[in-house]
Design a protein around this ligand. Structure first.
Ligand code: ZN
Length: 244
């Protein structure tokens, strides 16, 4: 078996990448689930992120939900990093069939990736909960007001326009999940990066794996012992070096 990441990638004909928050933090997007993210949410709004981003909270306190969204979850200036670029290039070269991501920032698509399974949806897309009309991020940004005077975005029909992301208490989209599982099953190599694999549905997805497993994360994960190669380092630096 190859010992180096470059050799694994060179020998693979059909890779799939599965990524978490660590892929986005290297583009300057803070992880709202991290300890610092939790403390900030509690200090500023009095609730932890999993409460602020729950379906129940969205329905009951939309003014606080949208203030949190606008101030801490939308990052329109963020740019793809070396990890996003390397993955887009592998797909262009026909060696990577899919990216599966837990992130909601759309940076894989901005880097040029096409087949992206967004398990938790995307802040690039928004829709009216009354009539279903669709809106983009640029539209939303003009409706959210300014820090301190945030507004609830409203459709022309009067309905609230919400992000097309999976809130806590909401199910993942079954088609997206099934597509991601199938891609993982068919891959000869699963590259996992920027995730501690603690968040649902990471474990379920990994169980579909039939090929090699490479883990790239700054800290250890519960799956390190099962992996063919483990690299505890920055996902952007590692992929940037392996796919120059
Ligand atoms: Zn509407």
């Amino acid at each position: 078996m190859p010992k180096r990441l470059q050799d694994w990638i060179a020998h693979s004909k059909n890779m799939v990448f599965f990524g978490g928050a660590g892929v986005s933090t290297e583009s300057g997007i803070p992880d709202f689930r991290s300890q610092a993210g939790r403390e900030l949410a509690l200090r500023q709004y009095g609730y932890p992120p999993e409460e602020l981003l729950s379906h129940r909270f969205f329905a009951a306190r939309p003014e606080i939900f949208f203030a949190y969204l606008a101030d801490h979850l939308l990052h329109p200036q963020a740019l793809p990093n070396a990890a996003h670029r390397a993955l887009a290039r592998l797909e262009r070269e026909g060696r990577l069939s899919a990216v599966v991501t837990q992130n909601i920032d759309g940076l894989h698509q901005k880097a040029g990736s096409r087949n992206v399974f967004e398990l938790h949806g995307s802040c690039e897309r928004h829709y009216c909960i009354a009539c279903g009309a669709r809106y983009g991020l640029d539209w939303l940004l003009t409706r959210l007001g300014a820090p301190g005077v945030r507004h609830i975005p409203r459709c022309v029909c009067g309905g609230i326009v919400r992000p097309d992301v999976v809130l806590y208490q909401e199910p993942l989209d079954p088609d997206t999940l099934a597509g991601a599982a199938q891609a993982v099953e068919q891959a000869d190599l699963l590259l996992v990066g920027g995730t501690s694999l603690a968040v649902y549905p990471a474990a379920g997805l990994l169980s579909h794996r039939t090929g090699g497993l490479i883990l790239i994360n700054r800290t250890a994960t519960p799956y390190d012992a099962q992996a063919d190669l483990v690299i505890h380092d920055s996902i952007g630096e590692v992929l940037g070096r392996a796919v120059p």
